[in-house]
Design a protein around this ligand. Structure first.
Ligand code: NAD
Ligand code: DAU
Length: 355
C-alpha cells in the first residue's frame, strides 16, 4: 500500500488531483492535508470523502513541528505539493501571506521529507520516494508578442505571487542538489474548470454574468493567457508522478492562447445561449477598470517535452472545456452560493476543529 500525501487537496486543482488518485488507485492511501483557508472547500470532495483509501488531515504547512510529526507517523512514500496562496491580486495586497505559505510552507515539507527519507549527499537519490512540487508558468515572467516558455527559460517573476512560487521552486531544486532529495517539478499555465474559487477570471465572470453584475476587465483587456482544463492538469500530474524522471522539470500547457477580451466575449456568447438571453446581452456588462499593477502581458507554454517524452496532451478543445465549465457552475448553484456567502467555511472548519 502506497501512502501518498497531497497538500492543498481541498482547493481547486488539488481536489481534482485527489479525486483522480482516489478513484484510480484503490491500493494507495491518499492523505489530503489542507488548512482550509478561504480557498479550501471540502464540498469539492463530497463524492470521494467516504472512500476507504481517502483521509483528510486539517493542518498548516507553515507549522514545522506538525508537519514533521505527520511524516514520522505516516511514512509517506510520495508527496504531491499543491498547497499555496494562489491569487495574484491577493499577493499584491498581502505579500507576506505568500512568503509564509508558499516559501516557508514548502521548505517545511522539504525538511520533513528529507528527514523521513534519510536523504543526504552521501547516499544515492532514493528511487522509491518522490517529492512532486506543483508550480506555475508565472515564474518565467512575461513574454512579448512571440515566443514560448521552455523548461530552460530563465526565471523572471514579476508579482509577489510568482516571486514566492519561484523561490519555492529554487528550494526544491536546492534540496535535490544538496541532499539528494528525489524531486520533480511541473510549471503549468492557467487552469479553468469546476470548483475554482470565484475570484479568478473565469468563475468570477460566470457568476457576474449570471447575476447581471459588471465584468471588470483589467487595463485594455489585451493580456494573453494559455488556458488548460483542470482535469487535464490533474492527468498530467498523474503521468509525471508515475513516469517522469527524477530531478526533471515539465511544463504543462493547453497549446491554447487567448487574449482576455476575446475569451470574455466567447464566455458571454456561451452564457447568452445557456441563459436564453439575446446574443450580445452579456457583453454589455463588460467594464474596463484600472489595471492590475505589474500585470504580466503574455504567458505561453511550450509543453512539447511532456508531450513527446510522456505522451500527455490536452483532452478537450477550449470551446468544449469552457462549455462544460459553464454547465458545471450553472448546475451547481448551491456550491457557488455557499462559496460566495462564506457558509462552506463555517461548516467544515467547525467540524474538523473538534477532532
Ligand atoms: P487554490 O487557492 O484553489 O487552493 C489552494 C489550497 O491550498 C486551498 O485548499 C488552501 O486551503 C490550501 N492552503 C493554503 N495555504 C495552506 C497552508 N498554509 N497549509 C495547508 N494548506 C494550505 O489553488 P489552486 O488554483 O488549486 O492551485 C494549486 C497549486 O497549483 C498552487 O501551488 C498554484 O501555485 C499552482 N498552480 C495553479 C494554477 C491555476 O491556474 N490555478 C496554475 C499553475 C499552477
Ligand atoms: O498562469 C498560471 C497562474 O494563473 C496561476 O499560477 C495562478 O495561481 C492563477 O491565479 C492564474 O493567474 P492569473 O493572474 O493569470 O489568473 P486570474 O484569473 O487572476 O487572471 C487571468 C487574467 O484575467 C489576467 O490577465 C488578469 C485578468 N483579470 C482577472 C480578474 C480576476 C481581469 O481582467 N479581471 C479580473 O477581475
Amino acid at each position: 500500500m502506497k501512502k501518498i500525501l497531497i497538500t492543498g487537496g481541498a482547493g481547486f486543482i488539488g481536489s481534482h488531483v485527489v479525486r483522480l488518485f482516489v478513484n484510480t488507485y484503490a491500493d494507495y492511501e491518499v492523505y489530503n492535508l489542507d488548512k482550509l483557508t478561504y480557498a479550501g472547500n471540502l464540498e469539492n470532495l463530497k463524492d470521494v470523502e467516504n472512500k476507504p483509501n481517502y483521509k483528510f488531515v486539517l493542518g498548516d504547512i507553515t507549522d514545522a513541528e506538525f508537519i514533521n510529526n505527520l511524516f514520522e507517523e505516516h511514512k509517506f512514500s510520495a508527496v504531491v505539493h499543491l498547497a499555496a496562496e494562489s491569487h495574484v491580486d491577493r499577493s499584491i495586497s498581502n505579500p507576506l501571506d505568500f512568503v509564509f505559505a508558499n516559501v516557508i510552507g514548502t521548505v517545511n515539507l522539504l525538511n520533513a521529507a528529507k528527514k523521513a527519507w534519510g536523504c543526504n549527499k552521501d547516499k544515492p537519490v532514493p528511487t522509491d520516494r518522490i517529492f512532486y512540487h506543483v508550480s506555475t508558468d508565472e515564474v518565467y515572467g512575461s513574454l512579448g508578442e512571440t515566443g514560448f516558455f521552455l523548461e530552460t527559460t530563465p526565471y523572471d517573476p514579476q508579482s509577489p505571487y510568482s516571486a514566492s512560487k519561484a523561490s519555492s521552486d529554487h528550494f526544491v531544486r536546492a534540496y535535490n542538489n544538496t541532499y539528494n532529495l528525489p524531486v520533480v517539478i511541473s510549471n503549468c499555465s492557467n487552469n479553468y474548470g469546476a470548483n475554482q474559487f470565484p475570484e479568478k477570471l473565469i468563475p468570477l465572470f460566470i457568476h457576474n454574468i449570471k447575476t447581471n453584475k459588471a465584468l471588470p476587465v483589467y487595463g485594455d483587456g489585451k493580456y494573453t493567457r494559455d488556458w488548460l482544463w483542470v482535469a487535464d492538469h490533474a492527468r498530467a500530474i498523474d503521468v509525471i508522478l508515475h513516469k517522469g524522471e527524477l530531478g526533471e522539470t515539465y511544463n504543462i500547457g493547453g497549446f491554447n492562447e487567448w487574449q482576455n477580451i476575446e475569451l470574455i466575449k466567447l464566455l458571454c456568447k456561451i452564457m447568452d445561449k445557456k441563459l436564453g438571453r439575446a446574443e450580445g446581452e452579456s457583453e454589455k456588462l463588460i467594464t474596463y477598470v484600472k489595471d492590475r499593477p505589474g500585470h504580466d502581458k503574455r504567458y505561453a507554454i511550450d509543453a512539447s517535452k511532456l508531450n513527446q517524452k510522456l505522451g500527455w496532451k490536452p483532452s478537450v478543445t477550449f470551446e468544449e472545456g469552457l462549455e462544460k465549465t459553464v454547465d458545471w457552475y450553472l448546475e451547481n448553484e448551491e456550491w457557488l452560493r455557499n462559496v460566495t456567502s462564506g457558509e462552506y467555511q463555517k461548516y467544515y472548519t467547525a467540524q474538523y476543529a473538534t477532532r
